[in-house]
Ligand binder design. Structure first.
Ligand code: 4AD
Ligand code: MG
Length: 483
C-alpha cells in the first residue's frame, strides 16, 4: 500500500468513469455500519467532501478495521463504483486497507460533532482536520493565488520588502524590537539610553509594520509593483479584527493619483471575490451553512440580512460609494446613534478620528454598500500622504466593508521634496532615519499612490468567519504565540 500511487479524493469524486481500480490515502472522519458492511468517510483535504469507502465484512474482519477510528491516517485500495446511497455519486468498494497512523479515540480531541471555535483555537495543530478550517485554508490559498493573478495580469511586479527594518512606516510606534543585546545588561550611552550601535545591525531595528516605503522605491523604477508579506504590529488590541502578525498586500503605482488608487483597489477586490465565487463553490457553500447556523444564535437585529454567497455577489455587482471624510462627518453628526448618544465616541466636530462603530454605521446602516472614504484630515493620518491644496486634508483613502470595517488603507504619496521634508520634521521623525526615502523625491520624483489590503480582513469577509484568529493558521495576539 505504501508504495502504491494514490489519487486525490477531489479527483475521484469528479470522476465520470467507474469500475476503476483506485487507491486513496487520507484521514478517517467517521465509521458506521453493522456486522455485514462498514462505511468509512475518508477525507484527504483536497476537497470539503469525503469519499465513502464501503468495506464488505465478508472480506474484512473486525480486527482489520478496528483502528479505522476518527482521525486515523489510512490507505484504501479498491474499485471506484457508482454509489447507490444518497450524498455521493461514487464510492470505493474496498479490497485492501492499511493504517498509517492510529488516533486513539480515548485521546483524540476531535470527535465527529460540533466543536466551538474557541476550543479549536486551543488545538490549532489539529484544527486543519475539521471541515470548517480545511475550507478556510483552501480559500486562503485560492485568495492568495487570485491576488497574485490579478496583479500579474495587470503588469505589476511582486517585490519582497524586508521584514527587519530600521524604520516605522506608519509612525505609530507599535513595533516589535529586533535585538541581540542582553536584556538584563544592555550597553548604555553616556546619557543612560541603550547603545544600539553595539547591536547586531549597529542600529535600532524592528519587525516591519508595512512594506510600503520600500514598495515606493520599487514603483519609482518598475512603475507598478506590489508586496505580499507578513507585517507586525505591537498594538495591544485584543479584538476580533486585529492580529499582531498579519499579511498585507501593498501595491504601489507611479504616475497615479488618489482616484486611480481607489479604482485599482475596487477592481482588485471585485476581481478576487469573483475568483473565489467561481473557484471555491463547495467550500463557500459549506461556510455559508456554517454562518447561517452561527447567526441563528444571535438576536434577530444583529443577523446579517444576506447569506454569505449573496453577500459576496453583492460586492461584485454593486459600485462602491465614494465620499469624502468631510461628507462622512456630516452624515455621522446628523445620524440617529449620534443624536441619541448611542455611539461610544460621539462625533461633534470635523477632525475627529473615525472609530469602527462609525465606519460600520456608514457601511451597514446608512449606505448598505462598501464605502471608500477619502481626503482625511492630515492630523489623523501618516506623514507620507499627499497634502491637498486646502492645507488641512491629505489624499488618503480607506475602504470600509460590511461586517469588517476598514479593509484597505491607502493614499497618494507626497512626492514634493520640500512638503515631505516639512511634514517629517513637523511630526518629529528623525530625518536621518529616512534619508533614502527623501532622496527619491530629489531624483526623478513622480506622483504615485498605493494602498494596503489587510489579507486576513479580506479573508474574514470572504469566508464569513467572524474572528480574525480563525482565518490565519496560527494567530499571534497578546499573550499568545503557541504553535
Ligand atoms: O491602514 P494601514 O495601517 O496602512 C498601511 O500600513 C499603509 N502603509 C498601507 C499602504 O498605503 N501601502 O493598514 C492597511 C490594512 C488595514 O486597512 C487593515 O485591513 C489591515 O491592514 N490591518 C490589520 N489587519 C489585522 N491586524 C491588524 N493589527 C491590522 N492593522 C492593519
Ligand atoms: Mg488604516
Amino acid at each position: 500500500m505504501q508504495d502504491r500511487k494514490h489519487t486525490p479524493v477531489k479527483e475521484l469524486l469528479a470522476s465520470t468513469e467507474v469500475d476503476l481500480e483506485v487507491t486513496v490515502k487520507g484521514w478517517v472522519r467517521t465509521k458506521r455500519g453493522n456486522a455485514f458492511v462498514q462505511f468509512i468517510a475518508l477525507n484527504d483535504g483536497s476537497t470539503i467532501n469525503n469519499i465513502q469507502v464501503v468495506a464488505d465484512m465478508k472480506i474484512f474482519s473486525e480486527e482489520d478495521l478496528k483502528q479505522f477510528t476518527t482521525g486515523a491516517a489510512v490507505g484504501v485500495a479498491g474499485t471506484l463504483v457508482k454509489s447507490t446511497g444518497a450524498g455521493q455519486t461514487v464510492e470505493i468498494q474496498a479490497t485492501q486497507v492499511f493504517v498509517y497512523g492510529v488516533a486513539d479515540p480515548e485521546k483524540f480531541p476531535l470527535q465527529p460533532k460540533k466543536h466551538s471555535l474557541e476550543f479549536l483555537r486551543e488545538i490549532a495543530h489539529l484544527r486543519f482536520r475539521t471541515s470548517t478550517f480545511s475550507a478556510v485554508f483552501r480559500i486562503r490559498h485560492a485568495l492568495t493565488f487570485a491576488i497574485h493573478k490579478f496583479f500579474n495580469d495587470r503588469g505589476f511586479y511582486n517585490i519582497h520588502s524586508p521584514i527587519i527594518t530600521g524604520s516605522d512606516a506608519e509612525g505609530a510606534g507599535e513595533m516589535f524590537r529586533v535585538t541581540l543585546l542582553n536584556a538584563k545588561n544592555p550597553p548604555l550611552k553616556e546619557d543612560g539610553t541603550v547603545d544600539y550601535s553595539q547591536d547586531f545591525f549597529g542600529k535600532e531595528t524592528n519587525l516591519t509594520v508595512s512594506g510600503q516605503l520600500e514598495a515606493e522605491l520599487g514603483a519609482l523604477a518598475l512603475s507598478k509593483v506590489y508586496t505580499f508579506g507578513p507585517t507586525f504590529r505591537a498594538e495591544n488590541s485584543n479584538t476580533s479584527r486585529h492580529l499582531a502578525e498579519f499579511w498585507m498586500i501593498e501595491p504601489e503605482v507611479a504616475f497615479a493619483d488618489i482616484n486611480d488608487n481607489m479604482t485599482l483597489a475596487q477592481d482588485m477586490l471585485v476581481s478576487v471575490v469573483k475568483y473565489i465565487l467561481e473557484n471555491c463553490e463547495d467550500d463557500l457553500k459549506f461556510l455559508s451553512g456554517r454562518l447561517l447556523d452561527e447567526e441563528k444564535s444571535k438576536p434577530e437585529a444583529e443577523r446579517s440580512p444576506l447569506e454569505l454567497i449573496e453577500k459576496l455577489k453583492f460586492v461584485t455587482e454593486n459600485d462602491f460609494v465614494r465620499l469624502t471624510y468631510t461628507e462622512a462627518i456630516e452624515i455621522l453628526r446628523e445620524s440617529k446613534p449620534n443624536k441619541k448618544k448611542q455611539f461610544n465616541y460621539l462625533i461633534n466636530e470635523w477632525g475627529a478620528d473615525l472609530q469602527s462603530e462609525h465606519e460600520r454605521f456608514l457601511v451597514e446602516k446608512h449606505f448598505k454598500k462598501p464605502v471608500i472614504l477619502y481626503n482625511y484630515p492630515a492630523a489623523i493620518k501618516a506623514f507620507y500622504m499627499k497634502q491637498n491644496d486646502d492645507g488641512k486634508t491629505v489624499a488618503a483613502m480607506d475602504i470600509l466593508f460590511p461586517g469588517i470595517g476598514e479593509i484597505v488603507g491607502g493614499s497618494q504619496r507626497e512626492e514634493v521634496y520640500e512638503k515631505l521634508h516639512r511634514r517629517i520634521t513637523e511630526v518629529g521623525i528623525e530625518e536621518k532615519s529616512l534619508w533614502w526615502y527623501l532622496e527619491t523625491r530629489q531624483f526623478g520624483t513622480v506622483p504615485h499612490a498605493g494602498f494596503g489590503l489587510g489579507f486576513e480582513r479580506l479573508m474574514m469577509f470572504v469566508t464569513g468567519m467572524t474572528n480574525i484568529r480563525d482565518v490565519i493558521p496560527f494567530p499571534r495576539f497578546p499573550k499568545n504565540a503557541e504553535f
